[in-house]
Design a protein around this ligand. Sequence first.
Ligand code: UD1
Ligand code: UDP
Length: 369
Amino acid sequence: MAVKLAIVFGTRPEIIKLSEIMLLSKKTKGLESTIIHTGQHYDYNMSQQFMDELKLPEIDINLEVGSGTHAQTTGKAMIALEEWMLKENPGAVVAEGDTNTVLAAALAASKLRIPFAHVEAGIRSFWRGMPEEINRVLADQVADYCFAPTKTAVGNLRKEGIAAGRIHLTGNTIVEATQRGLGLAEGTAMAMQKLGLEKGGFIIATAHREENVDSRQRFSALISALAKLPLPVIYPIHPRSRRQLGEFGLMGEVERSGNITLTDPLGYFDFLQLSANSKFIITDSGGIQEECTVYKRPVLVTRDNTERPEILGSFGELVGCDEKRILSGARKILRNYDSLMRRLRRLPSPYGDGRASRRITNILVGGNG
Ligand code: UD1
Ligand code: UDP
C-alpha cells in the first residue's frame, strides 16, 4: 500500500524548497501525494509563478487563508487543515521551514496523531523575538520526522531533548532547488537583459523580515545604506515591504537615491540569474543565505543573528539593519573582492549535495534515506 502524503505549504520559499519533494512524490514507487496550499501567499508573483516555472504538480486544494495577524493565519490554516485531515486521514503530513503555515500543519497533524514530517528541522536563531523561531521550535517538538539540514541542526534538536530516532540528517532541499533552477534559468531568464545589467556590475538587495521592515528606524537605515552604495542596487520588493515603504514615507528617498531600482517580486529564474551575476547580495532572507553557497556570492545579512551560522566567516557576514555596518561590510567585500571570490568558489555548500529531497522521500516511503 502506498504512503499517502499531504504536502502542505503557504509561501514562496516553501514552494521552492518543497519543489523536488513534490516532484518525487509523484514518481516514487510507494508514495502518493495531495498538494495543499494554505494560501498564506496569494499574489501570482509570490506563489503560482513558482509552481509554473518549476513545472510542479497541480495544487489539489487551496485553503485561501490569506493575510492577517499571526493568530489569524495560523488559526485559519489549522482549522481548514484539520477538517481536510479528518476526512482524508493521510499517512503523513510534510511541511518545510518556519512559517505560520508550518506551525498550523504541525499542530493540526500531531493532535490527530498523523505523523508530521518537518523539513529543515533544528535550525535556530536562539532569538524568540522572531516569530519564525517560535514556529520552528514548536514544529520540531511535535514532529515525528525531523529532517535536519546540517549537523548543527541535529545538535540543536538533541539539546532540546528530541529523540535521536526522530532525527535524520538529510542536507537542505534548497541545494537541489537552486541547481535545478539555475539550469532551467539558462536561456529563459531575461532579467539581466531587461534591466540592462552586466555581470558583477550591480548589487541585489531584499528585505522582508518583520523586525526590519515593520520598524521605521531599521527600514530607514537600510534604505539610507542602499542609497550610499557605489553600485546600482536592484531591490525586488516583497509586498509587505512595499506597503511599509509607503507607510514610513521612504519612497521619496528611494527615488532621490538615483541608484536603487525597485522591481516587483521576481520569478525564480530571473531572481537566480540576477543573484548569481551580482557583485554581492544584501538580504535578510533565509533562503538566499543558503542559495548563495550554491552560486557562490558573498552576502551581507541585515540581521543581528542567524539560524544559518554555517555561512558566517565565509559566504556571509551579519551586519544588523544598521547603516554604518552595512556600508563597512560592503567596503570590506569590495576591497578584497577577487581573493574573496577565489576562496568562495572553492568552498562546497554547507547545505549538502543536492540529494536531500531524495533522502527524505526514501525515508517517508519506509527506507533508510
Ligand atoms: C512570511 C513568513 C516568513 C517568510 C516569508 C517568505 C510567517 C510568520 N512569515 O512572511 O517566515 O520568510 O513569508 O516570503 O509565516 N502580502 C501580499 N501578497 C501576498 C502575500 C503577502 O500582499 O501574496 C502582504 C500582505 O500585506 C501581508 C504581508 O504581505 O499582510 C505579510 O504576509 P505574511 O504571509 O503574513 O508574512 P510575510 O512577511 O510574507
Ligand atoms: N526569490 C525569488 N524572487 C524574489 C525574491 C526571492 O524567487 O524576488 C526566492 C529566492 O531565490 C529564495 C526565496 O525566494 O529561494 C526566498 O524567499 P523569501 O526571502 O521570501 O523567504 P525566506 O527564505 O526568508 O523565508
